[in-house]
Design a protein around this ligand. Sequence first.
Ligand code: PEP
Ligand code: MG
Length: 529
Amino acid sequence: MSGALRLQGQGNGQGHAIGPAHVPSEPWNPVDGGVSPSLEFDLLRSAIGEAASSLEDLMVRTDRSSANILEFQVEMLRDPVIGDMAAEYIAEGQNAALAWVTALEEYIAGFEQSEDGDIRARAVDVIDIRDRVLRILEGRPPADFPKGSVFVGKDMAPSLFLAHDWTGGGGIALAAGSTASHVALLARAKGVPMVVGVGGLAIESEVPVLVDGGTGLVVVHPSGADIAVAAMGEKTAPQTPARFAPPSPASLPACRLEVLVNISDIAEIHSLDSSVCNGIGLLRTEFLLSSAADLANEEKQFHLYVEMLDWAAGKPVTIRLFDLGGDKPLGGFAVEERNPFLGMRGIRLLLAMPAMLRIQARALLRAAALGPMKVLLPMVTFPKEVEDTRRIFEEEAAGLVQRNIDIGVPDIGMMVEVPAAAMMLDTFEAADFFSLGTNDLAQFLTASARDSVSVANLYDQATPVLLRLIAQTVRIAHDMDKPIGICGDLAGNPALLPSLIASGILQISVAPSQLPAVKAVLAQARMEG
Ligand code: PEP
Ligand code: MG
């Protein structure tokens, strides 16, 4: 094993990968710079100009009646009034995409509600220019790193993980990070070998690296023997680590437990049949979109939600509003903060940026007409946040009805992931249902950031306090006659099922990769919901 450099970190699960290192030239910074009004204004002006020029090109190649429509669209794009309105929204702090959509929304509603049928018919042309400019604003996706390589860095953005093509294998070695972070959760769900907390990682790109997600070992310049040891370890490693050991069927009380899935990546539904679960218990919408323009794109979001409803084939689909902030910056909204997990995240950010919330609300209300859907609010702390969100949904629903657009009325529930909300659950009459987010609850209860390897041992000791709080919270929810389930990672640990069931939990939602182990335990005890 000569010449090899061995570094010990913490494994994020099972499996090993060998590949050339990919070291990004710029380290990931969770704060993506915020919105610069002059930059956003330039972006928008050039996107509008590009859209108008492409329509003008089309005009010269088309017949007279189509040219009329295109001429109308070009006139609208060149109309300085819309650009000026958008500029005002940008000056108020919105990014180019949100400002553009907000400015055009009033026009679209005006056309749709006109008494004159010819004018009403023009609404679709305005929607088309709205989406043309949005597509240009999407820009090109950031360059992916080579397939099959081992990503080596301080930490990794969840969006970079999701944009990478993992079909050629590869793995991740992080100097910092933690197994409770969002990127670690995504890597486990996809079976990508990952090691966190390796410390100093002075590795150059292209150097061969071995990552062992089981033992937490990273080997630079691995020898044949190193590779053989990792492969052997994988074969002989127990399929289920001791702390996840399944309970004996006798310890499970007789009751029915519904098991739903957490979806973080569209690929997950492509490899899963909806007949094996009771629906989607958590759709992390912030992971399905990859740019600021997507966050403003109602049509794109609508189609994604409909795809989920189609997949679920009549089973409930719980869609969480964008949970941006913390370790999930997207679209220039992350504010520079000392403690981003305790800052502008989830529903706080959405209520501070209502234009983004209103677009998502419209996409959801329209999709809700097509199947059983529930809406879940992230990071709720106080009842007013649920009440304010509900009011925005009601206003958007009324607007859509006025425009003769079909809508459904989804239940609106909340994540219980902030201790204040858990302790005061009885004050949340405004919520229709509750879902316990134990990943965040654990970090707040133990005061240990979920993305920090230095306090991971404290975070990992949260189970007893979580179980106590879950039991209290479930009792309150039952007294309020409101459904409560768990969608945090803890629900996917078969060893904890007896405690959860004993506390009155009737519904859990787990990552697709956790589903087989959970189902096996329940099948043994004949308790599937
Ligand atoms: C949680 O916090 O438990 C949860 C399910 O949400 P996320 O992991 O996306 O923060
Ligand atoms: Mg959470």
